[in-house]
Structure formats: structure tokens, C-alpha cells
Design a protein around this ligand. Structure first.
Ligand code: BGC
Length: 269
């Protein structure tokens, strides 16, 4: 059976761990060549492990260091990808982090750091990706779309989150960034969508599931009563990147076990 992303080139930001790593493996398993972006030299080893895992099953990937909040580095990452692989077909705008603090104690540094990576990083990468898509032109042998962007958002693009104002603001920003550029470039056959994960077991929320008590508390927020796995997001990313989703543009796919169903109202209100 033909794989869904055969011969397509994908840049996945923040792919050395967590959801990004899961998406890198899922896309590679469907035939994409994957640029496994990682942010700092300390993450190189983890990025290499993702690349090794992909190569061990016959896939193609490279590790690439770039801080997505830095314009020059992002421009260079896209230029290097185009010179090595010819083009970019898919961007998964995944890199994201948290620096939590009570609002009155939140420093400007914490604010800027989170907005810089989670929102400005998505702007910079999406801009370069769209420039590459437009320059290349359509290749119907590969895909019905000129290019695909998947923005990694969060249930916190709609659920307010006390103690995480920088993070929630960044994800709310991602929502309208995604919709606005989808509106702007849909006429060019570029598809831009978001995935909004709920609680997925990754390093970012380790404290929320590291003990049985913490997990029990967390699952009160999840109607399906299980924590998500990176594979849940990887499958959604493959779908949105593939021609199966050809008529899906400018929307957010919530992959959250029902977290956005207000489970507190199940037996209340
Ligand atoms: C956050 C996690 C959190 C989840 C559900 C994600 O966007 O990064 O820390 O567990 O949302 O609240």
C-alpha cells in the first residue's frame, strides 16, 4: 500500500523529545524525510536517538539545531533543508515550552521566553515554509496541496489556565495566527491547521502524572480517563498532513480525550 507521505520533506520543530519526537516517527513511518529540529546542543543526543529510531525502520531523517525564536537561525534551517533535500512540503510547528508562575510573580523574561518560542517561533517557521511552498509550485505526484503546516496548539487555546498566563496567551495567539494565515494562503492551496493536545505524557507535564496521586488528579480533567500518548498526536499529524485531509483548512483538531468537554459539569451545575 502506498504510504501517505511518500517522498515528502517535513521539518518538525522541537522534535528531540515529547510530541515532536512522536510526530517525527509517525511521519517518517509514512514515508516522509524528516528534519528533526532541536533547540540547543544539549538536546543533540536526544535528537540523534529519534533519527536512529527512524533509520532503524528504513526511514530518512537528519538532526538540525535551530532556536526557532531566532529569525536568522530559522531562515538558515529552511535554506539548508532546501539545499539538502530540494524543498519543504510539511512543517510541524511544534516547538513549545512552559515557564509557569503566578501572574503577579511572572517575570518579563518568563513571558518573553514562552512567547518567543511558542508564538514568534511559529510565525518565523510558518513564514519561511510558505515562502518555500510558493517558490516551488504544486507537485501533484506528491500532494494535492502546495504545502501543509500543522501548528501544535493546546487545549489552552480555549481553556484559561491560572498560573500559566504566558503559555495560554501563546496558544491563544497560535489559534488566530493559524486561522489568519490559513485564510490568507488557502487560495494558493496551502493547508494550515492546528492540533490541540490535551494531557499527553511527555516531559513538559511530568509533574502531572509522575505519581499515582498526581495522575488520579489529572484524570479528573479527562473524560476518557486515560492520559494521552505521543502516538495519539502522531496519528493526527499524519492525517492532517496527508491528502486525506485535503478539504480541511484553518481548523483546530482537539486530541484531548474530551478535556474540552468541561468534565466538571458531568455531575454538577
Ligand atoms: C500543557 C501540559 C498540560 C496540558 C493539559 C498542555 O498544553 O503543556 O502541561 O498537561 O496542556 O492541561
Amino acid at each position: 500500500m502506498k504510504r501517505k507521505l511518500e517522498n515528502q520533506i517535513a521539518i518538525i520543530t522541537g522534535a528531540s523529545s515529547g510530541i515532536g519526537a512522536g510526530c517525527a516517527i509517525a511521519l517518517a513511518d509514512e514515508g516522509a524525510t524528516v528534519v528533526v529540529n532541536y533547540p540547543v546542543p544539549a538536546a543533540r543526543e536526544m535528537a540523534d536517538q529519534v533519527v536512529d529510531r527512524i533509520k532503524a525502520t528504513g526511514g530518512n531523517a537528519i538532526a538540525y539545531q535551530c532556536d526557532v525564536s531566532k529569525e536568522a537561525e530559522v531562515i538558515q534551517m529552511f535554506a539548508d533543508t532546501v539545499s539538502q533535500f530540494g524543498t519543504v512540503d510539511i512543517l510541524i510547528n511544534n516547538a513549545g515550552l512552559q515557564r509557569d508562575a503566578k501572574f503577579t510573580e511572572m517575570t518579563l523574561e518568563q513571558w518573553n521566553f514562552v512567547i518567543g518560542v511558542n508564538l514568534t517561533g511559529q510565525f518565523l517557521c510558518a513564514r519561511e515554509a510558505i515562502r518555500v511552498f510558493l517558490q516551488r509550485g504544486l507537485d501533484p505526484a506528491k500532494s494535492k496541496s502546495l504545502g501543509k503546516i500543522i501548528c501544535m496548539s493546546s487545549v489552552h487555546e480555549v481553556i484559561p489556565w491560572a498560573g500559566h498566563a504566558n503559555y495560554a496567551a501563546s496558544k491563544g495567539g497560535v489559534m488566530l495566527l493559524m486561522k489568519t494565515i490559513a485564510q490568507e494562503y488557502a487560495p494558493h492551496k496551502i493547508r494550515i491547521n492546528s492540533i490541540a493536545p490535551g494531557a499527553i505524557a511527555t516531559p513538559i507535564n511530568h509533574d502531572a502524572w509522575d505519581t499515582a496521586e498526581h495522575l488520579q488528579e489529572l484524570l479528573k480533567l479527562v473524560p476518557e480517563k486515560r492520559i494521552g500518548q505521543v502516538e495519539d498526536i502522531g496519528k493526527a499529524a499524519v492525517f492532517l498532513a496527508s491528502d486525506d485531509a485535503d478539504y480541511i483548512n484553518g481548523t483546530t483538531l482537539f486530541v484531548d480525550g474530551g478535556m474540552t468537554l468541561y468534565p466538571g459539569f458531568e455531575d454538577n451545575g
